[in-house]
Ligand binder design. Structure first.
Ligand SMILES: [Fe+2]
Ligand SMILES: [Fe+2]
Length: 310
């Protein structure tokens, strides 16, 4: 919203200890615009009191690009809307990204696995602590598609769906871990195949189809003994009509976590931007899944996911 030469900004970016590359203004007595904070000056606790009193905050049009840059770099989520500055989830996501990067670089290193376990616990805690947590986490989930960020996104979606299905904390921890590690086996596959832009040859696809089983082998080496987690990883590409892999399981032969991960996996692939395709909106993705993939995915779960998004 614009007001003359001044443009409304997101008030939630204001935090003690922060300085911005633009000055911040407010309307005094609804008519006169006044500067509240100079560009580059750190906000202290006294300043915060003034900010609290100001109803709306603005930047001057000539500094709007600095404001937009700031938002782009820090707080723009999937929907393109700013994510709350106060949100702690931004840092969880950043930590998770780093942990997953390390894990994919060195998947059999125990300390990397332990770090990713911590991430799962943080994500589960966030889901349980705060009704809005998952919304914030989903806002932050990045648009760009890399295996490690994809893993975090799938974990976030799976945990939100699991929470919506009233799974227990223990179950959420298992599900979150299985979702985070579901594609870990890709670390054992030639990156030329993983990153190939066009469709895979029959031979390449044969290799690609090994990643769920490779994931289980790595999991076992890392000391994962939990059957639910291992099965979540192993069967995340199974399809309800038996056309999936590695075992061609049918319907309820597929374990719940694998079904959830499968739905969240497809959802993230459709809503993420890749070099060769635009991202779909959540609505478009869910609609496509319902219309075109109804023989592959568990429709009861998909309907729950649709309800959750409503
Ligand atoms: Fe996969
Ligand atoms: Fe995946």
């Amino acid at each position: 919203m614009e007001n003359g030469n001044y443009i409304l900004i997101d008030k939630s970016i204001i935090a003690e200890g922060c300085a911005y590359d633009f000055s911040i203004y407010y309307f005094h007595n609804k008519s006169k615009i006044k500067k509240l904070q100079n560009k580059g000056v750190v906000i202290d606790s006294d300043d915060l009191l003034y900010f609290e009193q100001a109803n709306k905050l603005y930047v001057h049009a000539h500094e709007h690009s600095s404001y937009k840059k700031f938002m782009q770099e820090n707080f723009v989520g999937k929907s393109g809307n700013p994510v709350s500055f106060a949100s702690k989830f931004n840092s969880i996501y950043k930590n998770a990204s780093k942990a997953l990067n390390d894990l994919f670089d060195n998947p059999e290193k125990l300390s990397n696995y332990k770090e990713s376990k911590k991430i799962v616990n943080e994500l589960v805690e966030s889901v349980l602590d705060d009704d809005f947590a998952i919304k914030s986490l989903m806002e932050i989930a990045t648009h760009d598609y890399y295996t490690h960020t994809h893993s975090i996104n799938v974990s976030i979606y799976a945990l939100s769906l699991g929470n919506f299905l009233s799974l227990s904390t223990k179950e959420l921890e298992e599900l979150g871990e299985a979702a985070l590690l579901h594609d870990l086996g890709k670390s054992k596959i030639d990156s030329n195949i993983i990153n190939k832009k066009g469709s895979l040859t029959i031979q390449e696809f044969k290799i690609m189809k090994k990643h769920p089983s490779f994931g289980v082998s790595i999991g076992l080496k890392l000391g994962i003994k939990n059957k639910n987690i291992l099965e979540g990883i192993k069967y995340h590409h199974e399809k309800m009509d038996g056309s999936g892999y590695p075992n061609g399981l049918y319907n309820d032969e597929i374990p719940l976590y694998a079904k959830i991960i499968c739905i969240c996996d497809i959802f993230d692939a459709l809503t993420s931007q890749r070099s060769y395709k635009q991202a779909m909106t959540s609505y478009e993705a869910l609609k496509l899944m319902k219309v075109e993939m109804n023989r592959h995915i568990d429709l009861k779960l998909l309907n729950k996911m649709i309800l959750m998004f409503k």
